[in-house]
Design a protein around this ligand. Structure first.
Ligand code: MG
Ligand code: MG
Ligand code: MG
Length: 305
């Protein structure tokens, strides 16, 4: 049976494209692998796949007994069912090291870059394998998505260099225009249910025994989320009631470069402890905060210690 190449729960564009790209590279290196995902692509990912003529990875929800490569995560909280009996052969990631462990040596490419696809670009180069134009275009979009068109504090020189190379391979003239087009698609709210919106980019974390959920919606203009706030908070309360201490949702304005954090939590003081700002009416504006990974998760982790 083919080894699965699999990104995190509630897959974002990086998780989807990284699975496709790593599967492409490993197949060319003679490995028997298959790109998979823990769910359907978001509207943003669909836009990217369509634009570059790619097919969405197969959806899997249970990996019991399977060989797997993880992309874009190494946290068990973001893994599918059956992880305890799965055999992890490798990890490609750009997050803090999670709690996945293995019984055999594994192939790891983990860089402190802004996007898994930046690491993958360097893997293709390392192995001397050409990147197909469509995959290069999708990888470029994943990098623009994860780094919020280079504006996020997570963006590194490696990301910029990867984009400079990938745009040539993909034949993309203006990557910033493409990035903005993609974020406009990402901002689309029409027809989405509150459940979909909250889970579009949502992750659970176990912070020193405290289970919390943190979602993020990145939009080109925060005011478009105004009519959704109440419904989102009701949805967050439902998710919290399912065994969590708190659920937080970052409403990120990529133009104003900051996030309004909505919260439903047992203890709002943890927010003040983490960010030095007191929430009012179950939300707080965090100026300059655009990255969950670098500007939100570490603060909460410290506060929960
Ligand atoms: Mg991701
Ligand atoms: Mg990523
Ligand atoms: Mg992201």
């Amino acid at each position: 049976m083919s080894a699965l190449v699999l990104g995190h729960m509630n897959p974002d564009t990086d998780s989807i494209v990284a699975a496709l790209a790593v599967a492409d590279l490993y197949k060319k290196l003679g490995k028997d692998v298959k790109a998979c995902a823990q769910g359907k692509p978001t509207p943003e990912s669909e836009f990217v796949l369509k634009k570059f003529g790619l097919t969405a990875p197969e959806v899997v929800s249970d990996v019991a007994g399977q060989d797997i490569y993880l992309v874009d995560f190494s946290d068990l909280a973001q893994a599918p069912k059956g992880m305890d009996s799965a055999n992890v052969l490798g990890i490609v990631d750009h997050h803090k090291l999670g709690d996945v462990t293995t019984s055999s040596p594994l192939l790891c490419w983990i860089w402190p870059a802004g996007c898994s696809c930046t690491v993958i670009k360097n893997m293709y180069d390392f192995y001397g394998v050409e990147i197909p134009a469509g995959i290069a275009g999708a990888m470029l979009c994943a990098i623009l998505s994860d780094t919020v068109i280079f504006k996020s504090v997570t963006c590194t020189e490696d990301d910029k260099k990867a984009v400079a190379d990938l745009k040539k391979i993909a034949g993309v003239a203006d990557e910033k225009a493409l990035g903005l087009e993609m974020f406009k698609v990402k901002s689309a709210l029409e027809g989405a249910t509150m459940d979909e919106l909250l889970h579009r980019d949502y992750k659970d974390f176990n912070m020193n025994g405290h289970k919390i959920g943190i979602g993020q919606l990145e939009v080109v203009d925060l005011s478009m989320l105004e009519p959704y706030r109440k419904g989102l908070q009701e949805e967050m309360a439902k998710v919290k009631a399912d065994g969590r201490e708190g659920v937080f949702l970052l409403l990120t304005d990529i133009m104003k470069e900051g996030s309004d954090m909505l919260m439903v939590t047992d203890d709002e003081s943890i927010v003040e402890k983490a960010f030095g700002k007191k929430p009012a009416d179950q939300h707080v504006w965090l100026d300059g905060v655009m990255s969950r990974k670098k500007q939100v998760v570490p603060n909460f982790e410290k506060a929960f210690k």
